[in-house]
Design a protein around this ligand. Structure first.
Ligand code: 1PR
Length: 521
């Protein structure tokens, strides 16, 4: 085990660690997987990317004897890098499904962020590191923004002060990294934190390399609001998978040819947006609702290739639902999502199927646990599940006209209407459903969505700004992050939506495709 280019990875199979694997390979290292507790003790360098829930992770580690091996490896002060849950598990205990005992290496507890005062949980986004201790790993990274996705955090205390190498603030101060001897662990995701994250990762993998550069500084706003570049993907009439972009969801050219607009190749564009500074990249397989996505091998290939080049979070949506193929074989939505995760997605996004699940839930008041939304968030965690809402504005004279939540609109409707509700659609805007965006958002939050991607068909591709009325209504109604989408046409539109609403992120497509603005506007 003396190969300096090999790193040992502890993947106990609870979720997707493909992004970590991609980052390690990208940095020029080979991976040896842990199969037994002995493999841990034999490692030269161990990466432990915890995924899933604290309790089930500890169960697996205890049952397999890996918990004891990990404690022994750490006691020997061997090079160790824990990521996310891989940091939290080092502590005495966690409140997550608990209290549950952890590895007990570091004194202290892990607690949920408190959303009772309107704090948005999960915490998803880029925050600045406040370095509290000189370490080789974080050298030069003070004040740099790194990417977090978590609902639980380790609490700083007198008993663990010596371990802390950096803290962050999200409603309260929490431990963003620890360092002691050769033991390092980070709450953020270095594999998804762009150039800063990769350089931190590289310092762990090759501590003596002179090549470890000072991390490139990421520009991020004070508020650490995210800007997401979105690629709508579908096959064109020649059968090639292309990035396209609609006007109010119509992706066909207005000329006589009526061809699907082709704006470029998905992997090339995604890599370009990453290099330009996008905080996240999303792919929406916009005809997934009618074509079976697992039959759509090019899309999976696009994901695989993109995830080897894009070191910020990748979301993919389209076609996530139960499906029976031509030969009668049944695939659950969980299998579809799992295939997306295996191919490199960090999050999946559900559109149509979430609308049906929310309608059923609102009708019966019963959570069956069987919807795609519930199943996928139970297995992968709610932070990995986005619900995409595709509403259309419907003006009314008075709120009493409809049973759905309305807003007083900032500009009146064509007949002087002062109110509107936002009717949800499925199948890419083709069918309207008897549920509003407000009702849908509240229902999917309860069913386990970790984030809401809030589109607006009226504004899509128009470049006239986001629908502030809609985004304010929805982002005030839920405590999970809301991504504002549709209509960005200038830098001011991004500032406006962050000033006037509680949106945590803004997503745009056309403005980047047309190269009117670079993503780091
Ligand atoms: O229903 O689970 O199969 O998911 C389908 C997904 O595909 C949904 O997320 C749905 O929003 C998306 N979709 C379906 N049809 C279209 C279409 O355009 N014909 N694209 C479509 C939606 C909307 C945005 C767009 C923003 C920003 N794309 O994501 O990127 O509106 O655009 P802009 O900045 O240019 O204004 P399922």
């Amino acid at each position: 085990s003396s190969d300096a280019n090999t790193v040992t990875l502890l993947d106990y199979g609870a979720g997707n660690v493909r992004s970590v694997r991609n980052a390690i390979r990208h940095l020029g290292f080979n991976i040896r997987d842990v199969r037994s507790p002995e493999d841990i003790l034999a490692a030269d360098r161990l990466v432990f990317p915890g995924v899933g829930a604290f309790g089930s992770a500890m169960d697996v580690l205890n049952r397999t004897g890996m918990a004891d091996a990990l404690r022994e490896y750490i006691r020997r002060d061997r090079p160790f890098l824990g990521i996310c849950l891989g940091l939290q598990l080092l502590f005495d205990s966690s409140e997550e499904n608990g209290p549950v005992s952890g590895l007990g290496v570091i004194p202290g507890v892990v607690r949920r962020f408190d959303s009772s005062e309107g704090l948005i949980v999960p915490h998803i986004g880029w925050n600045a590191l406040q370095i509290t201790k000189d370490t080789q790993l974080l050298q030069g990274a003070d004040g740099h923004h790194v990417y977090f996705v978590h609902s639980y955090h380790a609490l700083p205390s007198d008993a663990n002060r010596d371990w802390i190498s950096s803290t962050c603030n999200y409603g309260e101060s929490f431990i963003s990294s620890i360092s002691m001897g050769n033991i390092e662990a980070v709450q953020f995701h270095p594999e998804k934190s762009g150039a800063t994250g990769l350089s931190i990762f590289e310092k762990f993998l090759s501590p003596n390399s002179s090549g470890a550069k000072a991390p490139a500084h990421r520009k991020a706003s004070k508020l650490a609001k995210r800007v997401i570049a979105c690629l709508d993907v579908r096959s064109n009439d020649n059968g090639d998978l292309v990035v396209t972009k609609g006007d109010q969801y119509d992706v066909r050219d207005h000329s006589s040819s009526k061809e699907v607009r082709n704006l470029g190749k998905p992997v090339e564009l995604a890599s370009q947006y990453y290099i330009d500074g996008a905080d996240e990249v999303s792919f929406l397989n916009i005809t997934g609702f009618r074509a079976f996505p697992l039959g759509d091998l090019p899309m999976l290939e696009v994901l695989r290739c993109a995830s080897e080049k894009v070191f910020v979070p990748l979301t993919v949506g389209g076609g996530i639902r139960d499906f029976t193929d031509g030969s009668g074989r049944y695939y659950s939505s969980l299998e579809v999502a799992s295939e997306y995760f295996r191919s490199g997605a960090d999050k999946i996004s559900i559109g149509s199927d979430a609308v049906f699940a929310a309608e059923a839930y609102l009708q019966t008041g019963v959570k069956t646990g069987k919807s795609s939304l519930e199943q996928i968030s139970r297995v992968y965690g709610n932070q990995a599940v986005v619900v995409s809402i595709d509403p259309r504005r419907v003006y009314v004279k008075s709120p009493d006209e409809v049973q759905f939540r309305t807003v007083k609109v900032s500009s009146k409707g064509p007949l002087g209407e002062e109110y509107a509700w936002y009717q949800c659609t499925v199948s890419g805007g083709r069918d309207s459903r008897p549920i509003g965006a407000y009702e849908l958002a509240k229902a999917v939050e309860e069913l386990g969505a970790g984030e809401i991607l809030l589109n607006c068909i009226d504004c899509d591709g128009q470049g006239g700004g986001f629908d502030i009325d809609l985004i304010k209504m929805v982002s005030d109604a839920v405590t999970i992050p809301v991504i504002a989408s549709s209509g960005a046409g200038s830098v001011e539109h991004f500032s406006e939506v962050f000033e006037k609403t509680n949106a945590s992120a803004a997503l745009a497509a056309g403005i980047f495709h047309r190269k009117e603005r670079s993503v780091d506007c």
